[in-house]
Design a protein around this ligand. Structure first.
Ligand SMILES: Cc1cc2nc3c(=O)[nH]c(=O)nc-3n(C[C@H](O)[C@H](O)[C@H](O)COP(=O)(O)OP(=O)(O)OC[C@H]3O[C@@H](n4cnc5c(N)ncnc54)[C@H](O)[C@@H]3O)c2cc1C
Length: 553
């Protein structure tokens, strides 16, 4: 495969040559550096690269150029290479241009001229963006291939696991592609087990579990020790933040995640309100960065492993894993978050994974190209998904139970949905049933005060109707509220009194549960804010309280 391209564009020859020189110095081994002296020349080069199927990783473009501005070039280039990272080079006074760039082309970064010394002002930014790009880049032919049927929920599960672990794969549709079918049949007679996952080393896995896939991908699934200072249950933003702080502050820390790190946030196409990411960040990117950070600090991260129960053994806290083995620790953090609420109407169960999906299921975006899509729900997550699928679908219809979108959604999303030509919002709308043979074909929706039922044809339906806490793992061990959320700190007091089960003289710490040494943070905790930043804040604060607790044992 040819090297991916970094393209730089500037109309001032001196600047262009200086950028090219600095890019070559650092990236020539892995990337091909292409330069152009104008937007028009660059666009011609971009078209030729596309014809040769050459990947482009990054555009680094001067903001102010005669004829075609940097932003105008990036708008055109984005049509051809939507995934390439986009950086504008601006003079100090051009901040307005850069902000306009963020809004118009979802700019990834703007760099001020001059960028000297490049080791401090150029390379760290580009390293980060190129790391991001490579993590989601799907090479044309090499790598893992998944042969399956779009009608099979198991095929969807495997694709989802791979993509949430940012593992590139090629999808081979055995329904549409005779070659793919023949290859899959050779490994799985009569296609009894699907999908078939082909690995570059020549091995295959049939209908694999998440754990089997995780092991094959080289992800850690077994703890290296039997005992830790801190065991974290759940690898969403809360658990990841706790792992970063636990690891960095010298605690022997292990995090156990039943699926893949990222939690609910990992399913979000674009988190736009998380501090420090003015153009938004995808949940998968945030999870990848946080997981790498936690591991760098020495925390162990077990993927595709579930904690089935927790128990107390004197001064030790024990987590039982899905194979019956146990992990011991001094302190345990429940960061189990929430699970999506199921839509209980006729037809949904049989079609889940075959056109009906919970969450944003971004693996399905390409399959929705040119088709009609339904989004059920009216909160921010539904709004983000509607905008994201609107880039591919012919039409997106949002089915919102409330009287208006503003009831449950941030204004910035409401405005964008209003401005999206192919997104329609039906308020007072409720799904009554879904239909399809093997795959979703239509949904019956009751609309308006008269509850008139309309049949809406759709290729896919994505459901965002809230979530409930995953606290069963600690049932009988810690106090919960009637909704199942775990009580901590001051919330444990009823009529000013701590529960009888609290055994100590001291009050519980802020995020401590009714069992000393067991902490709860993030969405699973009673009274939490249900936001990424709040989850990260609680996960890191919990480690502070773990330290205080460890001083007492
Ligand atoms: C689609 C979507 C979009 C969102 N967008 C935004 C946004 O733009 N901005 C914002 O601020 N918030 C957003 N949120 C909310 C935000 O994602 C959550 O508040 C945040 O993820 C909560 O983090 P958490 O770690 O507490 O829980 P979760 O994210 O729910 O993570 C919990 C993790 O624990 C794991 N787990 C549970 N039980 C076990 C067990 N027994 N053993 C092992 N692992 C277990 C789960 O698999 C999961 O990975 C969004 C949510 C969704 C669903």
């Amino acid at each position: 495969m040819s090297k991916p391209v970094i393209m730089t564009v500037d109309d001032e020859p001196e600047v262009l040559n200086a950028v090219e020189r600095d890019l070559r110095r650092r990236y020539a081994a892995e990337y091909r550096i292409v330069k152009a002296a104008s937007g028009a020349q660059a666009l011609e080069a971009v078209k030729q690269l596309k014809q040769r199927n050459a990947p482009v990783a990054l555009f680094l473009v001067d903001a102010r150029m005669p004829q075609m501005s940097g932003t105008a070039f990036l708008i055109a280039a984005r049509e051809i290479y939507p995934d390439a990272r986009k950086v504008l080079l601006t003079a100090y006074a051009d901040t307005d241009v850069a902000i306009a760039g963020i809004n118009e082309v979802q700019l990834d970064h703007y760099l001020m001229k001059p960028w000297d010394p490049p080791d401090e002002r150029l390379y760290p930014v580009l390293d980060d963006l190129l790391g991001d790009w490579s993590a989601s880049f799907r090479p044309p032919f090499e790598g893992i291939r998944v042969a399956g049927s779009p009608l099979s929920p198991k095929s969807y599960e495997v694709k989802d696991f791979l993509s949430r672990n940012l593992t590139p794969y090629q999808w081979m549709d055995v329904e549409q592609d005779a070659g793919a079918r023949a290859e899959a049949e050779a490994a799985s007679p009569d296609l009894r087990q699907l999908p078939v996952v082909f690995f570059p080393d020549g091995t295959t896995l049939l209908e694999p579990s998440n754990r089997a896939l995780a092991e094959k991908l080289g992800l850690q699934t077994t703890a290296s020790q039997p005992f830790y200072d801190l065991v974290i249950v759940g690898g969403g933003p809360t658990g990841l933040a706790a792992a970063v702080y636990g690891g960095s502050e010298g605690l022997r820390t292990v995090l156990v995640e039943r699926e893949t790190t990222g939690g609910q946030a990992g399913t979000s196409a674009a988190i736009e309100n998380y501090l420090g990411f003015p153009s938004g960040v995808s949940g998968a990117d945030l999870a990848r960065r946080a997981t790498a950070q936690a591991k760098r600090f020495g925390a162990e991260v077990l993927t595709a492993r579930e904690v089935t129960s927790v128990r107390v053994d004197g001064p030790y806290r024990m987590a039982t894993l899905d194979d019956g083995s146990e992990l011991g620790c001094y302190a345990l953090l429940l960061a189990c978050g929430m699970q999506v609420r199921r839509l209980e109407v006729p037809g949904v169960e049989g079609l889940t994974g075959a056109g009906v999906f919970y969450g944003a299921a971004l693996t399905e975006a390409a399959a929705c190209r040119g088709k009609d899509v339904l989004i059920v729900g009216g909160a921010n997550s539904a709004g983000q998904a509607a905008l994201s699928f609107a880039r591919y679908a012919r039409k997106v219809t949002m089915l919102v139970r409330g009287a208006s979108l503003t009831e449950g959604m941030s204004m910035y999303l409401v405005d964008r949905i209003d401005g999206a030509a192919n997104v329609e919002v039906l308020t007072g709308a409720e799904v009554m049933a879904v239909h399809g043979t093997g795959r979703l074909e239509a949904a019956d929706v009751a609309c308006g005060p008269a509850r008139e039922v309309r049949r809406l044809e759709a290729a896919a339906m994505f459901i965002f109707i809230g979530a409930s806490p995953r606290s069963d793992v600690a049932v009988g061990v810690v106090e919960r509220d009637p909704g199942g959320f775990i009580l901590t700190g001051i919330d444990l007091r009823r009529d000013g009194k701590l529960p009888q089960s609290w055994p100590l003289e001291r009050d519980p710490f802020l995020l401590e549960t009714s069992m000393p040494g067991i902490f709860a943070a993030g969405d699973v905790r009673h009274g939490s804010s249900k936001r990424v930043a709040a989850a990260v804040g609680e996960g890191s604060s919990a480690v502070g309280m773990v330290h205080k607790y460890l001083e007492t044992v």
